[in-house]
Design a protein around this ligand. Structure first.
Ligand SMILES: [Ca+2]
Ligand SMILES: [Ca+2]
Length: 223
């Protein structure tokens, strides 16, 4: 591979890596880390930063730190079947109508709980995004990532999660929820071009300097 090609390849791969850096999580407290809990403890909360209880037989949901499972991200994760099946959500304002967004979250069946009791469902503006996500809990955590592309509506948008199945205070775990704007193709191309230019500019300058030196040498020899 020529050096210039290598520079361009590096520039393009750097540009490809940029969206993850350039598109911050639009959710507040997507990893449920705002609740300060000692290792091995849990709390039943009605709301935490970003998230609110929306429906259910109880008044809250459960934030846990290393209780019946270990967080997928950070220290905390949540369980929605708290005193019974519960729905929580986060409202987002001013996303811009028609904006494309990438939603991601991680789910794990609660340890030693049947799939019939471990289900969760995810909704975007009240519309179910997938069939029930569930699994048989074994004696260890098995986190799986779930990803969706959603479109913002005008005004307020709502991302919500509900526990479903047997309502028995035992249910699936949720952690590391993120919502990121999908980068515009045009902005990606511009970023790649700018990076490639940044890498290639010194090469052009070196070539110009070489040409000046060659002319000077030719001029000297021609005397
Ligand atoms: Ca977390
Ligand atoms: Ca349950």
């Amino acid at each position: 591979m020529k050096l210039s090609t290598a520079f361009a390849a590096v520039a393009l791969s750097a540009a490809a890596a940029l969206p993850a850096m350039a598109a911050p999580n639009l959710l507040i407290n997507g990893g449920f880390e705002s609740t300060v809990l000692a290792n091995g403890s849990w709390a039943n909360v009605g709301s935490v930063a970003g998230w609110s209880w929306l429906a259910g037989p109880g008044t809250g949901f459960e934030v846990r730190n290393n209780v019946e499972g270990v967080a997928q991200e950070g220290r905390n994760f949540i369980e929605l079947d708290t005193n019974g099946n519960t729905t929580i959500g986060q409202y987002l304002d001013n996303l811009g109508a028609g904006s494309e967004l990438d939603l991601s979250f991680w789910y794990a069946p609660r340890r030693n709980v049947a799939a019939s009791s471990n289900g969760i469902q995810v909704f975007w503006n009240g519309v179910l995004l997938d069939s029930t996500i569930t699994g048989l809990g074994t004696n260890q955590d098995v986190w799986s990532q779930h990803q969706y592309r959603v479109t913002a509506q005008a005004g307020r948008n709502l991302l919500s999660f509900a526990s479903v199945g047997t309502s028995d205070s035992l249910g699936g775990n949720l952690d590391n929820v993120s919502l990121n704007r999908v980068p515009e193709p045009g902005s990606l191309a511009l970023t790649a071009a700018a990076l490639a230019g940044a890498f290639l500019l010194p090469r052009r300058l070196r070539r110009a300097a070489q040409e000046r030196r060659a002319k000077a040498l030719a001029s000297t020899l021609g005397r």
